[in-house]
Design a protein around this ligand. Structure first.
Ligand code: SAM
Length: 252
């Protein structure tokens, strides 16, 4: 056999063995996750945590250092927050849960719209964010925002008490999206709504890292998962960078 053929055959065997061992490693890594709803991959986006759910990678949680970015003055022009809040059709007396409230920018904008009896339950898993949120409310004289310490699998809200849940730029960071959806759905009153507000992945010009964006189709797929009791209502496309995808709790 000519020399070059022997070398080529040897190379093919090495490549086959290498790809087999890669496939085995990937399979082992995916199986080793504690829950088969989720999988783990070694090869992933550096802005993600290497954990995958329904075909997308979960993003890193924005740390407390990001609070000033959330409060930047240009945000109104870039994201039209007042228009976002107007689109939610808030009414006096509503109980609104702002899950992943951060330093409270959106909670504070919503608080006035639901007076005199309404309340915003401002949920976050980072105590520093909740402390800053409480300070921000105090500075502005806002008294109907209640800070709530959430857990990674639950927003810690009472069953059947919430009219509207709003998720602004947070759902893609949930480490346990399935468990969070179950708990959020439980906390809603019949007919209560969830508004997913996510940066549009379909739009390459939106200047946000890929794993921090979600397409409308992906949001709809995840929100309409069986067993959650949620049904699609509408997508509101009035914002420059995000879509607002609304689901409603079906009457049991
Ligand atoms: C990018 S910030 C958005 C803050 C706020 N919604 C805003 O737009 O100004 C995301 C926030 O979600 C919080 N978060 C992440 N996972 C969470 C979870 N499972 N439950 C509650 N909050 C969570 C983070 O701590 C962070 O403060």
């Amino acid at each position: 056999m000519p020399f070059f053929r022997i070398v080529a055959a040897g190379l093919a065997v090495v490549l086959m063995l290498a790809s087999d061992s890669f496939a085995q490693k990937t399979a082992t890594a995916e199986k080793s996750d504690t829950d088969d709803r989720y999988s783990r991959r070694a090869n992933h986006d550096p802005n993600g945590i290497g954990k995958f759910y329904m075909g997308r990678e979960i993003a890193h949680v924005m740390g407390f250092a990001g609070a000033r970015w959330l409060e930047r003055t240009e945000r109104e022009e870039e994201e039209r927050l007042t228009l976002l809040v107007r689109s939610l059709k808030l009414k006096p007396g509503m109980i609104v849960a702002d899950i992943g409230a951060g330093s409270g920018v959106i909670s504070i904008l919503m608080a006035e719209q639901i007076l005199p009896d309404g309340k915003v339950m401002a949920v976050d898993i980072q105590q520093e964010m909740l402390d800053r949120l409480a300070d921000n409310c105090k500075k502005r004289g806002v008294t109907n925002v209640v800070p709530v310490k959430g857990k990674i699998k639950s927003p810690n809200l009472k069953t059947g008490t919430v009219d509207l849940i709003i998720l602004v730029d947070v759902y893609h960071e949930f480490e346990f999206p399935y468990e969070m959806k179950q708990e959020m759905s439980k906390s809603l009153k019949p007919g209560g709504r969830i508004a997913w507000v996510e940066y549009r992945k379909e739009d390459r010009t939106v200047p946000i890292k890929l794993v921090h964006k979600m397409s409308e189709a992906q949001v709809k797929r995840e929100a309409s998962q069986e067993g959650l009791g949620l049904k699609f209502v509408e997508t509101i496309d009035v914002l420059p960078r995000q879509h607002i995808v609304i689901f409603e709790k079906a009457n049991e």
